[in-house]
Write a protein that binds this ligand. Structure first.
Ligand code: PGA
Length: 264
């Protein structure tokens, strides 16, 4: 029997908003969502933000003091626990700041920082070791799409990143076609569903049907309040990873308001 997956709406702030702006943004978001919950019901969706590292302590303090129903995570994590790795951030540090999640393998990290599938596999293992839920990003470039079709590259990236992983890890996979990120040209819901279904099949092969069934698969790439409904209607899409639109509180809150009626 299929399990009920709690939809996740995740805002990836990238390198935007300093810690003061982060406080104002999270406060405003919490207010807007409270209102939404009251008026429309949030449908049990989980709302997460991914601020820059320097904002995390401020965000944690605010969320815990005001008991806000928003979770948060880092945008990257080191493969190492501690030591002489200048500029790196340990999963242990993120965990001690109450991070629930960490984004791993965003295409901007792959592209600008040369992060390889092998390294990302070690980062996934590090995140799990420290009790963080990895939000593993996979996705093809426009060139990949032309050469290999829609799902070959994302599936290969997923396989590579999960190579050393066994058991039943708590994991989120974000399908983010590189050509759709920040371009205003989102994938169609059918394209997202096609790849998400393949990714779920791959999860079943690698980790078994139960894990595949429980794992949330997000779509990311030019998600907005105007297109979220169509993505959420797809059976294998369990939420969204939102970049640009997550910086606009009203816009992000309307994306998060989206309810998915699972099981019908
Ligand atoms: P976008 O970014 O929503 O601005 O396209 C998505 C992402 O990079 O996660």
């Amino acid at each position: 029997m299929a399990v009920k997956r709690v939809p996740l709406i995740a805002g990836n702030w990238k390198m935007n908003l300093d810690h003061l702006q982060a406080i104002a943004t999270v406060q405003k978001l919490a207010w807007t969502l409270k209102d939404a919950k009251h008026e429309y019901g949030l449908g049990g969706a989980e709302v997460a933000v991914f601020p820059p590292f320097t904002d995390l302590r401020s965000v944690q303090t605010l969320i815990s003091a005001d008991k806000l129903e928003i979770v948060f995570g880092g945008q990257d994590v080191s493969e190492h626990d501690s030591g002489a790795y200048t500029g790196e951030i340990s999963g242990a540090f993120l965990k001690s700041l109450d991070c629930s999640y960490v984004i791993i393998g965003h295409s901007e990290r792959r592209q600008y920082h040369g992060e390889t599938d092998e390294l990302l596999g070690r980062k996934v293992a590090a995140a799990l070791k420290h009790g963080l839920v990895p939000v593993l990003c996979v996705g093809e470039t426009a060139e990949d799409l032309e050469q290999h079709g829609p799902s070959a590259v994302p599936v290969a990236q997923l396989k590579a990143a999960l190579e050393g992983i066994s058991g039943a890890p708590d994991l989120v996979v974000a399908y983010e076609p590189v050509w759709a990120i920040g371009s205003g040209q989102a994938a169609t819901p059918e394209q997202a569903e096609q790849v998400a279904a393949k990714l779920r099949e791959t999860l079943a092969e690698l980790l078994g049907a139960e894990v595949a069934d429980a794992t949330r698969i997000l779509y990311g790439g030019s998600v907005k309040s105007g297109n979220i409904a169509a993505f959420m209607r797809e059976p294998n899409v369990d939420g969204a990873l939102v970049g640009g639109a997550s910086l606009d509180v009203a816009e992000f809150a309307s994306i998060a308001r989206f309810q998915k009626h699972v099981g019908t």
